[in-house]
Design a protein around this ligand. Structure first.
Ligand SMILES: [Zn+2]
Length: 1016
């Protein structure tokens, strides 16, 4: 976690924006040879800060460059220029580049004044003194009982194991002196008693002589243990989830030793470790199963192990089960041995070398369909009732497996690949090697599924399958670089679907994901992609929008910069080079750099995106024929920004009115002729780059005029980006809300999904804030405004089956809003479809993309709600079931809201993994918003038992219930509540995020309420 205090903002003088001037259209441009620029500027911060230099660039003659065809395609002049714009600042910073890695401000190296030094040294001495005092004074000093006995120095260093002896290790991270090589694991889950017995034999190699072995274990009862076949005493230190053995004779370097442990434990009641899961089958009978979820830190709950990603080893797994179940693990089954008493032992092949978090097994009653795909037996498993919903996943995974085998030039290394739908599963899916586990909603496709449901299933499969290379084959060394796993899998998911399933229109989805990442990363409480993490809570928090979505966004930017072909070459190089090993970000940049030599090193450029949080705002100012560009760190709440000195190497792209609507415009044309005058410029072509742009009042006006004349002057991604950027700028008070409304006028000619849904999302957001303030008059004006902009489009949408995913996405967004705001055309149609559906006993089909909207309208009446509750209980189609649940949660009836929240928490009638969805749906409506917040406060401890502190579901719950507050009273209340939690969650980053968001909402209201009154 990012500790805000460690950044020492007070030590930094705020720096003015770094100005980089470029005179694109100047008469006599200077020639700047990028290659000859001195790479090592003196790190004189004054020089960097107060003397913005102009870098005049020669922009003619790019067409004369001898680029080969493919290079020319990607090596666009715009981008080269972009690099050049940056060059000045990058060379100034390059000497300080190493300081990036520790996130030091660039001016921290400057020599402080003598007075400051004296004060500084004094402070350091005091800190050191206090630290020593705290460290050496025994804990018992201030306790009631005082110290029981004298403390030797050893005792002060080492904590006490649970048996009272000293535990021989003092860190959360394991010592590196011993490395596991192979595990033999044997497990016997008892699905009646909900317990399991286990034994593990770990062979390990000694890397440095030592007399102790430390590994992980959590909440298990150790029955007996041997080391080298001799009985050995196991010490346990519970707070760190570690066990250890001490040996009298030093272990020899290079030797292999074997530790065996027999143990028993309960099947976990939360959703990690080896846990029990259950569901009601179509006969109304409760069925149980056992499944695993180990990422990030829960393998230690199933067997003692070295539970860090860099400790890769091979595994042989044996599972004892009853006849009515089957068992599955990462590898194919080699044999089954009857043990008598109706028990069987399944043994699985020895695994490839892998990290502990990728180990998995399932014991359940499942049915499957299978198929051979280039020497891999691919199977999709589901509970027997849902077997016929597995076919789509099987066809999809087959196509994607072939694609990845080809794309990475490394064939998937196992002889089998299982995809398993687990009832009662918390994550979306988990990429366990050879045994990918899914929520049923993200794997199964039934008759009631729409193409949008297929898009979801395809996305999740594509993501998890990409992990078999990114994550499984090559693994991040530690969780600080989780983005190497998640950013890549997310990027590959969009990239592969675009190639293999173009009909799924995935690019719109990827665009909105980039917008989402920008919104998160614009908060001061965001964090760098690579962030130091240590505690389990900090590790859990890494699974957030930054690691996934920003990670994917900057990989897209890098691909657009390098070219598709070069990027792929680099990726293949990386995978081949580090196959079976662990890596950090730098290793990826090195591989990519080897493919291609650019003037700017990849690692230097990319470090600016991975080791500092946030992203740049590029401000464009035009005076005559000059274009001036500035970059600065974009933070929504500029008041409490911690660092004004962040700079990025931005691969800048642009188009103008002279050439705009084809990707070839991204390059040479504009700059061939230096006297060319342009009416408008649009930067960040197709929004491939992770930055936003402010065009200044004139620039925005020119763009708005151009769009009003003809929407097609820009590609739809660019139109969506203009809308996204102007709302962000307005939130940070750089552009007036009036200007935002001016831009939206062009929407009456807009027909594309991306810009329309982006505008709708942004306006909905404002609507929801006003709605939660119960500002009734303003709410009704906002409703009228939304109808003025979108009303005709809403009314003209069809309610019949629609095959285009993009059209479905548009109409479902429009109609959801229309019905939510009570537009009669919409609610009447919805009621009509619902009555048809109900009276035909659900044989009369409702298009899948409209199902949620239709059912949500129906859920507002008592009778409708009861019908839906019954549907929810009996539906075996998970996408239908989920939409029904959202409809139920959209009720305005407070008693029902209270019931549904409770039911999802206790898991009896609504499965607990759906609780975050239930809460976020309740929070969309003003009726339930405060109830949801009360519910979170009252049930905090229960919530953190189900969803661990820092985990993604908990992040989501916090944001849903707090992010729409916009008054001081609520801010105080939220701060008070989370402050009172202390170690029960007050330090979570999402708490910081929540508080910052409320503050931003308050500011926005203060600034814009008057404008809204005037302009709506
Ligand atoms: Zn993933």
């Amino acid at each position: 976690t990012e500790h805000f205090t460690s950044n020492h903002p007070e030590r930094r003088a705020p720096l003015p924006r770094n100005m980089i001037e470029n005179s694109m259209f100047e008469e006599e441009p200077d020639v700047v040879d990028l290659a000859k620029e001195s790479p090592s500027y003196p790190i004189d911060s004054d020089d960097v800060v107060y003397e913005p230099r102009s870098s005049r660039l020669l922009v003619r003659g790019l067409g004369e460059n001898d680029l080969d065809e493919e290079e020319e395609d990607y090596e666009s002049s715009a981008r080269l220029l972009g690099m050049s714009f940056m060059n000045r600042s990058s060379s100034q910073r390059s000497a300080a580049a190493s300081s990036y890695t520790r996130q030091q401000p660039s001016n921290s190296c400057s020599v402080p004044s003598a007075k400051k030094m004296v004060v500084g040294i004094l402070v350091l001495v005091i800190i050191a003194f206090v630290a020593m005092f705290i460290y050496f004074v025994p804990r018992c000093t201030f306790s009631k009982d005082g110290c029981q006995k004298t403390n030797s120095s050893i005792e002060q260093l080492y904590p006490k194991a649970s048996n009272g002896e000293l535990f021989p290790w003092t860190g959360l991270r394991l010592p590196a002196s011993v490395h596991p090589v192979h595990y033999e694991i044997s497990l016997q889950p008892n699905l009646t008693a909900m317990t399991f017995q286990g034994s593990v034999a770990i062979s390990m190699v000694v890397l440095q002589e030592t007399n102790k072995i430390v590994l992980h274990s959590y909440d298990m009862k150790i029955i007996n243990s041997t080391f080298q076949d001799e009985k050995v005493n196991i010490l346990e230190y519970k707070p760190w989830q570690q066990i250890a053995i001490k040996v009298s004779k030093e272990l020899k370097k290079g030797e292999i030793y074997v530790l065996k442990i027999h143990y028993s434990a309960n099947l976990s009641n939360s959703y990690d470790g080896l846990y029990n899961s259950s569901y009601i089958d179509t006969n109304g009978k409760r069925r149980v199963l056992a499944a695993t979820q180990f990422e990030p830190l829960a393998a230690r709950k199933a067997f003692p192990c070295f539970d860090e990603p860099a400790f890769k080893a091979s595994f042989v797994i044996k599972i004892t089960r009853e006849a009515e179940y089957i068992s599955l693990s990462n590898m194919p089954k080699v044999k089954t041995t009857p043990l008598g008493d109706g028990l069987f032992e399944d043994e699985f092949e020895k695994s490839v070398n892998m990290s502990t978090y990728l180990v998995a097994f399932v014991v359940a009653n499942l049915s499957s369909v299978s198929k051979n795909v280039s020497n891999t037996l691919v199977s999709v498993y589901a509970v027997p009732d849902k077997k016929d919903q597995t076919h789509y996943a099987l066809e999809t995974v087959a196509k994607l497996l072939e694609f990845y085998n080809r794309f990475f030039e490394i064939t998937y290394p196992l002889s089998k690949l299982d995809l398993v739908g687990i009832p009662d599963f918390l994550a979306g899916a988990m990429e366990n090697w050879g045994l990918i586990t899914f929520r049923e909603t993200t794997l199964l496709i039934g008759d009631h599924s729409s193409p949008i449901d297929k898009q979801l299933v395809t996305s999740v499969i594509a993501h998890e399958l990409a992990h078999q290379w990114f994550g499984n084959l090559v693994t991040m060394r530690w969780w600080n670089d989780l983005w190497l796993n998640e950013g890549f899998a997310t990027y590959m998911q969009y990239m592969s679907i675009e190639e293999v399933f173009p009909e799924l229109d995935i690019d719109n989805e990827f665009l909105s994901v980039r917008f989402k990442a920008l919104a998160k990363d614009a908060l001061n409480s965001s964090h760098p992609l690579s962030t130091k993490v240590y505690t389990p809570e900090e590790v859990a928090e890494m699974f957030d929008s930054v690691s996934y979505e920003k990670g994917a966004s900057i990989l897209l930017m890098l691909k657009a910069t390098l070219s598709k072909v070069a990027f792929r070459k680099g990726v293949i190089e990386y995978l081949k080079r580090y196959r079976g090993l662990n890596t950090q970000s730098e290793d990826l940049w090195m591989s990519l750099s080897q493919v291609r030599s650019l003037a700017v090193r990849k690692s230097e450029m990319m470090n600016t995106w991975t080791v500092q949080k946030g992203f740049p705002l590029v401000t464009v100012n035009r005076t005559g024929i000059q274009v001036n560009l500035m970059q600065e760190h974009f933070v929504l709440n500029a008041d409490n920004a911690t660092d004004h000195s962040n700079l990025w190497h931005i691969p800048l792209t642009y188009v103008s009115d002279i050439c705009n609507n084809s990707s070839s415009c991204k390059q040479v044309f504009l700059f061939k002729d230096k006297t060319e005058k342009v009416k408008w410029l649009k930067f960040n072509y197709r929004s491939d780059g992770f930055y936003i742009v402010d065009y200044g009042e004139q620039g925005w006006r020119a763009l708005i005029i151009a769009l009003k004349e003809n929407v097609n002057v820009l590609p739809h991604e660019d139109r969506a980006a203009l809308i996204n950027n102007i709302f962000a700028l307005s939130r940070s008070d750089r552009v007036s809300f009036r200007q935002v409304l001016n831009l939206l006028v062009y929407l009456k000619n807009e027909t594309e999904t991306a810009p329309l849904t982006e505008a709708l999302t942004q306006l909905n957001h404002i609507f929801m804030l006003l709605d939660k303030r119960s500002d009734l008059l303003l709410v009704s004006r906002m409703t009228t405004y939304i109808f003025t902009v979108f009303g005709d489009l809403m009314d003209s949408q069809s309610w019949e089956e629609e095959s285009s995913v993009s059209k479905q996405a548009l109409r479902s967004a429009l109609l959801e809003t229309a019905c939510h705001l009570g537009r009669p055309n919409c609610t009447n149609q919805a009621n009509r479809l619902f009555v048809q559906w109900r009276t035909s006993n659900k044989t009369e089909h409702i298009p899948g993309d409209l199902l949620k909207t239709v059912l949500s309208v129906a859920a507002q009446t008592e009778k409708g709600w009861q019908v839906l509750l019954d549907t929810y209980k009996h539906s075996i189609y998970d996408s239908e079931k989920r939409k029904t649940l959202q409809a139920l949660a959209s009720t305005q009836d407070v008693r029902k809201i209270v019931w549904i929240l409770k039911a999802a928490l206790d898991g009896s009638e609504i499965q607990t993994p759906e609780l975050p969805l239930v809460i976020s749906t309740v929070c969309r409506h003003s009726a339930g918003y405060l109830h949801a917040w009360d519910f979170v406060k009252e049930n905090w401890d229960k919530l953190t038992q189900k969803f661990s502190i820092g985990s993604f579901p908990l992040q989501s719950i916090i944001m849903s219930t707090t992010s729409q507050f916009s008054t001081k009273t609520h801010l105080d209340e939220v701060e008070r509540f989370f402050g009172s939690l202390k170690e029960r969650g007050s330090k979570m980053r999402s708490v910081q995020e929540a508080i910052e968001t409320i503050k931003l909402n308050i500011q926005w209201m203060d600034r814009n309420l008057v404008t809204l009154w005037k302009w709506l």
